[in-house]
Every structure is written in structure tokens, then in C-alpha cells.
Design a protein around this ligand. Structure first.
Ligand SMILES: NC(=O)c1ccc[n+]([C@@H]2O[C@H](COP(=O)([O-])OP(=O)(O)OC[C@H]3O[C@@H](n4cnc5c(N)ncnc54)[C@H](OP(=O)(O)O)[C@@H]3O)[C@@H](O)[C@H]2O)c1
Length: 215
């Protein structure tokens, strides 16, 4: 059993938080305010292992932290979580730096020679950032068996032990084919898959699909 913080009260935070609770972990959901309504509701419907608080409360209580905030504000959310509460911990970053302000399709606010994953790692040097799960819909993140062939999950990060720990956790979600793309700079490619992912969603008429790599 791990103490896990979910930073984010959106659909992704709730879905991952509920999955982690079902696997026997203690989960605190964090938001900008102490009494966020969505966090309270989520906590109430997930039993005694679920709790809520501010981003800082959640990060302070955790061994592992999931960044489930909007990619455009993730750095602000992590600042609110507090450097001292993040220090030395694993931060699973699944956020995408998407800008929807000019409508569909969104653009990436960071790309080409940089990424959100790398930016977080640069700004929080003593945090072990592991980028994963950002290339598929949240229901599939926690239940790959929804697809006949679940396909692949990508993972990257600078700290091999942190990646190993998260790889093991993802296996408990049901993931078998996890491809380690190396250090955190692989976040660039993982985040830049989003324009293709969004186009595919339109073409296929569903968000329940995944990338499958063949050699
Ligand atoms: N939807 C999917 O299936 C999917 C798949 C792959 C990746 N992702 C990524 O997952 C992340 C979460 O997506 P989501 O739709 O669940 O949530 P979201 O709506 O993108 O983000 C919600 C969170 O952002 C926080 N937030 C908003 N403005 C903020 C600010 N100015 N400063 C600090 N925090 C702020 C909110 O805080 P409060 O709680 O205080 O309101 C809330 O907790 C995104 O980065 C998305 O790209 C989503």
C-alpha cells in the first residue's frame, strides 16, 4: 500500500484516484482550495482510503504524486504543491500542454525542442519525473482490457528506479506492453503524439483506441 497524491480534480484525477483506491492504496486528491466540491464528492464515494485537501496537503502526505492538472497550468499547480512537499518524490506526469483557446484542434504550448515533462524536471530538479499515460484516454489508462488488443504504453524519465516503480504500478493497472523510451527528453515525442491522437479520435469516431508498435 502506498500513499498517493492526485493533483487535479478533473476526469483524469478522479479516474486514476478511484483505480488506485480499488488496488488498496491511500489516495489524497489535491486542488487549489481546501474544500473543492469535486474532490469532496470523489472522496465521499471512494471510502475511508480516500481524502482531499490542497495541492500542498496532498503532496505532503504522499510517496508518489500524479500530476493530473491541465498542462497549461501544471507548473503553477506544482508551485502550489510546494517544492518541499515534492522533494525526492516520484512525480508521474500525464499532462499534455494543450491550448484550446483558438478552438479545435488545440496547439501544443511547448514542443519541438522542449516539452512539459522536461520543463517540470528542470524546474523541480530534485523530483523524479516519470512521464507516462498521456497518450490515451483516462478510462483506458486504468483499464487497458477495454480494448481487445490494449497496445503499448510509453514511459520515460531520468531515474531508472522511479521508472521501475511506476512500471510495476502500471502493471497492476493491467498494462503489459510498456516501452521505456529513455530519459525525460522523450516527453517531447510523447506529447507531440497528441495532434495525431486528436486527429485519430475524429477519424475513428471514438476516444477508446491506442497506439500499438510493431517491428
Ligand atoms: N481526458 C483524458 O482522458 C486525458 C488523457 C491523457 C492526458 N490527459 C491530461 O490529463 C490532465 C488532466 O485532465 P482533466 O481533464 O482531468 O483535468 P483539467 O480540467 O485539464 O485540469 C483540472 C485541474 O487543473 C487545476 N487548475 C486549473 N487552473 C489552474 C491554475 N490556474 N493553477 C493551478 N491549477 C489549476 C484545477 O484545479 P482545481 O481543482 O482547484 O479547480 C483542476 O484540479 C490534462 O493535462 C490532460 O491533457 C487527459
Amino acid at each position: 500500500m502506498k500513499n498517493i497524491a492526485i493533483l487535479g480534480t478533473g476526469m483524469v484525477g478522479k479516474t486514476i484516484g478511484t483505480k488506485l483506491i480499488s488496488l488498496g492504496h491511500a489516495v489524497m486528491m489535491g486542488s487549489r482550495t481546501e474544500n473543492n466540491e469535486k474532490a469532496q464528492e470523489w472522496s465521499k464515494s471512494n471510502g475511508s482510503m480516500a481524502s482531499y485537501g490542497t495541492f500542498a496537503d496532498a503532496a505532503a502526505s504522499a510517496d508518489i504524486i500524479f500530476n493530473c492538472t491541465s498542462g497549461q497550468v501544471s507548473l503553477e499547480a506544482l508551485q502550489l504543491a510546494g517544492r518541499e512537499n515534492l522533494q525526492g518524490k516520484i512525480l508521474v506526469d500525464l499532462a499534455n500542454p494543450l491550448d484550446f483557446s483558438k478552438g479545435m484542434p488545440p496547439s501544443l504550448t511547448i514542443c519541438n525542442t522542449d516539452s512539459l515533462g522536461e520543463t517540470i524536471q528542470r524546474q523541480f530538479t530534485d523530483v523524479k519525473v516519470v512521464k507516462t499515460l498521456n497518450t490515451l484516454n483516462c478510462e483506458l489508462m486504468v483499464d487497458p482490457g477495454l480494448l481487445n488488443d490494449p497496445g503499448n504504453l510509453f514511459i520515460c524519465g531520468n531515474d531508472p528506479e522511479a521508472k521501475f516503480e511506476i512500471d510495476s504500478l502500471l502493471k497492476t493497472f493491467g498494462w503489459e506492453k510498456i516501452i521505456d523510451l529513455g530519459d525525460i527528453s522523450a516527453s517531447r515525442g510523447m506529447e507531440q503524439l497528441l495532434p495525431v491522437w486528436i486527429r485519430l479520435m475524429g477519424t475513428l469516431g471514438t476516444n477508446k483506441f491506442n497506439f500499438s508498435i510493431v517491428k
